[in-house]
Design a binder for this molecule. Structure first.
Ligand SMILES: Nc1ncnc2c1ncn2[C@@H]1O[C@H](COP(=O)(O)OP(=O)(O)O)[C@@H](O)[C@H]1O
Ligand SMILES: [Mg+2]
Length: 283
């Protein structure tokens, strides 16, 4: 009989706790996904609203002014707005279609560009200039497009929130031949992260923000934890380097498709300052 085992209850309790723990983890992952979806919804709704306003205003202009030149100009603007709206829906539909978590050879450059379409207006609104630098002949990376897009949205949002108007966001992609990885760096010229905070930023619920900003984003401390989970599932690495007052750079290393998964070094997702003594430095 089970009761004859002295530790039976403790073991049962332990198993029960483990099951509960696993359940909570699953629920948390779902919560992370929903938060991400909510933020995406907020971004796209703002984008669309903006496009609609442009369409309405140029249509009004075309109706009011009857000369050909003004009407041509109005129609051109309306066409451009429509094309931009189509680009955005395509990007969202792409995400909706691909719900699998399959990791496959992926063109990261295209993925980054598609994601930036969603963020352009927001960056402009906060007067953040964007610089992109992609190595020529980048190999494809082993990635799940949706998930990496999620990581990008999180990192770009954090970067934007850390910067004042006039800041610069740099996105660079390079091929690390030695390690067989495609490296994606997202650097901002923002507040930076004090070195005593750096080890905590990937922890779930760690946040220094008082709540979501006026765009409805961030403030729950789930963004970087989700990034870490996703990059871990890719057998990649995520690193951060930061200098208070100067800025922060996150680097993601993903296995290059051509070299396969085997040569990638073990997962390490610890916030690792890359520079000596004074803390972390943006290189
Ligand atoms: N680019 C950045 N610049 C400065 N601080 C950052 C940056 N990215 C993340 N952080 C810090 O890490 C914390 C955790 O980030 P995150 O997990 O995305 O949660 P949240 O954005 O909801 O606060 C932030 O509250 C902020 O203190
Ligand atoms: Mg965040």
């Amino acid at each position: 009989m089970a009761l004859t085992f002295p530790n039976h209850e403790t073991t049962a309790d332990y198993d029960e706790l483990q099951r509960e723990n696993e359940q909570l983890r699953i629920q948390l992952r779902e919560a992370q996904k929903l938060t991400a979806l909510g933020e995406l919804l907020s971004t796209t709704t703002h984008e669309f609203n903006n496009i609609l306003l442009a369409v309405i205003n140029y249509a009004k202009m075309g109706i009011r002014h009857r000369d050909d030149a003004t009407r041509d100009r109005a129609l051109e603007k309306i066409l451009l707005s429509g094309e931009r709206a189509a680009k955005i829906t395509n990007s969202i539909l792409g995400m909706a279609r691909n719900r699998s978590s399959k990791i496959e050879p992926t063109d990261l450059g295209k993925l980054v560009d598609d994601t930036l379409v969603l963020l352009e207006r927001e960056l402009r609104k906060y007067r953040i200039s964007l610089e992109t630098r992609y190595d020529e002949n980048l190999p494809e990376a082993m990635a799940n497009g949706n998930q990496i897009q999620q990581v990008l949205l999180n990192l770009v949002t954090n970067a934007r929130q850390a910067m004042k108007p006039g800041g610069t966001l740099t996105i660079a992609m390079t091929h690390d031949l030695q390690q067989g990885t495609v490296d994606l760096m997202i650097r901002d010229s923002g507040s930076g992260i004090p070195s005593d905070q750096l080890p905590h930023i990937f922890n779930r619920f760690y946040t220094t923000k008082s709540g979501p900003d006026e765009s409805g984003k961030g403030g729950n401390g789930l963004g970087l934890a989700a990034c870490r989970d996703i990059i871990e599932a890719h057998r990649g690495r995520i690193r951060v380097a930061s200098t208070p007052g100067k800025g922060t750079a996150f680097t993601i290393k993903l296995p290059a498709a051509s070299t396969g998964l085997d040569v990638v070094p073990p997962v390490s997702t610890i916030a690792t300052p890359t520079s000596p003594a004074s803390g972390a430095t943006v290189s």
